[in-house]
Ligand binder design. Structure first.
Ligand SMILES: Nc1ncnc2c1ncn2[C@@H]1O[C@H](COP(=O)(O)OP(=O)(O)OP(=O)(O)O)[C@@H](O)[C@H]1O
Ligand SMILES: [Mg+2]
Length: 463
């Protein structure tokens, strides 16, 4: 973070100084987890249901923190504000005002934001110091928190933007206005809150509306609702995808037996062979979006082609493929799930499973609203159509997955309903073979134990 005194922080946030003459200098990072606050850091204290962060004030200051930002006096130098999130937003705005040279990249979409943010981070790091922290920091807390990691040395700031409703992305762009904005896709994620994919598109499009005329909107040419956002921006539009109309295109896409895609990248007269090291055909779209950002930021085409082949998974539980000592291949995609990301993962499983036995352990997909039952059934149907050998639905609310699979005549796989994760682990434990490829996917914690057990069977015991 740029250096600020507690006095400046009080002025910027409209807060009140406590136990301080305002001269304490914040030189370290801003953290809301007391264990992460380092020397010269600013600790943002939240009063949670179980723990009140303000109580850690003395501890963090003892450990070297410059002060605490909270809603009450924590007994140490600090700034008291009415609302920590609003204060963080103001600090982030001010920080960016003081960093006019910084290139800000924002990206949104229903699936693949974190994955693609990590790719953009890896590519831009080759051009200069880049802030693109691992994880999914896309809300009113994580977003300003990310912005505040930039300082005078930073050249690129990559920001993930999440939307659970209309106006959310507009709020985020009010904190940090990107000059390069990327919209990946509009799928069924959080559809329960938006009501329809059109509603989702309306919300995601707020990103390109906020771009300056000198900016660049990177839009997925293969997603009609995203491509249509071209009319909602004054920025230059760069369409990316496999469609004819895309300015930056992937041609001749193929997927190898490890689920990794190769393609010919074309940008005008430039063309190069890209061989991805990350699994899943959907990574074509993600890497194309990241490539567009890198080109816009000044990366040479030949360097880009090489760099794309070297991007890897940074944030865990997203298409994290590993092979166990016993030969079993695991695809840990358990971070989150919706029908489109599950479809992408099932396609990857099928590609990786040629000549092997495939197992899909699928948990409940949250936030689908009235699309819940059809959404689960659709995923089950696809699993069966792709010929998954074993389909394990985890928990009663995931049962419609099995119902969907049962509709596919001629499917020869087996269907299991596991009452909970421990039961799913038992099914796997009883029958694992060296030629197995196992996909694990669900919304959040719902299948994490299964993935962790597959990774470290000796440490994670079925409960
Ligand atoms: N382009 C894509 N299309 C479909 N699924 C994708 C795509 N990219 C990534 N995924 C899958 O979507 C899931 C979520 O990925 P990721 O965390 O990158 O997305 P996100 O948009 O950041 O999600 P969140 O809304 O939880 O922040 C993972 O299972 C990942 O493999
Ligand atoms: Mg994310």
């Amino acid at each position: 973070m740029i250096a600020l005194t507690l006095g400046e922080i009080a002025t910027i946030t409209g807060g009140t100084l406590v136990n301080s003459d305002g001269t304490e200098l914040v030189t370290g990072g801003v953290e809301y987890d007391s264990r992460k606050v380092g020397p010269g850091g600013l600790f943002v204290a939240f009063a949670g249901e179980k723990v009140d962060g303000h109580e850690f004030g003395p501890e963090v200051v003892e450990a070297g923190a410059a002060g605490v930002l909270g809603t009450r006096d924590a007994g140490v130098p600090g700034v008291v504000v009415e609302d920590q999130l609003a204060a963080l937003a103001k600090l982030a705005q001010e920080a960016l005002e003081r960093l006019p040279e910084l290139t800000v990249v924002g990206l949104t979409g229903s699936s693949g934001k974190t994955t693609t943010k990590d790719y953009i981070g890896q590519l831009l790091s080759r051009l200069g110091p880049t802030v693109a922290p691992a994880g999914s920091l896309n809300n009113e807390l994580g977003f300003p928190y990310t912005v505040l990691q930039a300082d005078e040395k930073t050249r690129f700031l990559v920001l993930e933007m999440g939307a659970r409703g209309i106006g959310h992305i507009r709020y985020l762009t009010g904190i940090a206005r990107p000059s390069i904005g990327v919209v990946l896709n509009v799928g069924a994620a959080h559809i329960g809150e938006f009501g329809s994919v059109e509603g989702t598109a309306l919300a995601k499009g707020e990103l390109v509306e906020a771009l300056p005329a000198t900016g660049v909107a990177v839009l997925n040419a293969d997603d009609p609702l995203v491509a249509a956002m071209a009319s909602r921006t004054g920025a230059r539009v760069l369409l990316v995808g496999e469609a004819e109309g895309a300015g930056l295109r992937a041609e001749d896409v193929s997927v190898d037996g490890a689920g990794r895609a190769s393609y010919v990248l074309r940008n005008g007269l430039d063309r190069g062979d890209v061989r991805l090291g990350v699994a899943g055909r959907h990574q074509v779209a993600n890497t194309l979006a990241a490539a567009a950002v890198a080109l816009t930021a000044g990366m040479a085409f030949a360097d880009l082609v090489t760099a794309l082949g070297e991007v890897g998974i940074v944030s865990g539980r997203r298409m994290d493929v590993f092979e166990r000592a016993d030969g079993v291949t695991v695809v840990d995609d358990s971070y989150n799930a919706n029908p489109s990301s599950t479809a992408a993962a099932l396609h990857a499983l099928a590609a990786m499973g040629a000549g092997k036995r495939t197992t899909a352990v699928l948990g409940y997909m949250a936030e689908l609203g009235e699309h819940e039952v059809p959404g689960h059934a659709e995923v089950g149907r696809l699993a069966a159509e792709l010929g998954v050998d074993r389909l394990i639905a985890v928990a009663e609310n995931a049962r419609p997955i099995l119902d969907g699979a049962a509709e596919v005549s001629g499917w020869r796989g087996t269907a299991h309903l596991a009452a909970d994760q421990a039961a799913a682990i038992e099914i796997l434990q009883d029958d694992l073979r060296a030629d197995d490829v196992v996909l694990v996917k669900g919304s959040r914690y719902r299948t994490w134990d299964v993935a962790d057990w597959l990774r470290r069977p000796e440490e994670v015991q079925p409960t």
